[in-house]
Design a protein around this ligand. Structure first.
Ligand code: FES
Length: 105
């Protein structure tokens, strides 16, 4: 695992998200009620960016077909998605968000 510095907390509006790119991977960092979560940006159903989705009730809704994903676990809560998306641990230090990412991510 590597620890990667990303955005300042002030860079992500409440109930919104921002994409962090690393090694060809795109991770959506989501601010839900000033708690931060990180999930793979690519929806597990098809080609859609979850960072473009609506954030509410600790979930993000895919903007393409409306599947909802749990921000804590990445679990697909509603169809048409059936597979989870990967989640990443987030920590805050000096106002910056850090992700724990597999070395080969
Ligand atoms: S692409 Fe996300 S639900 Fe279909």
């Amino acid at each position: 695992m590597v620890r990667v510095k990303t955005f300042h907390t002030a860079d992500i509006m409440q109930n919104a998200s921002k994409v962090f790119k690393i090694n060809d991977k795109e991770i959506a960092i989501v601010n839900f009620d000033n708690t931060y979560y990180a999930i793979d940006d690519l929806c597990s159903h098809s080609e859609a960016s979850l960072s473009d989705g609506e954030v509410y009730n600790c979930k993000v809704e895919c903007p393409l077909h409306g599947a909802e994903f749990d921000l804590t676990t990445g679990e697909a809560l509603t169809l048409p998605a059936t597979k989870p998306v990967k989640t990443y641990p987030v920590s805050i230090e000096d106002g910056y968000l850090f992700l724990e990412i597999d070395n080969n991510a």
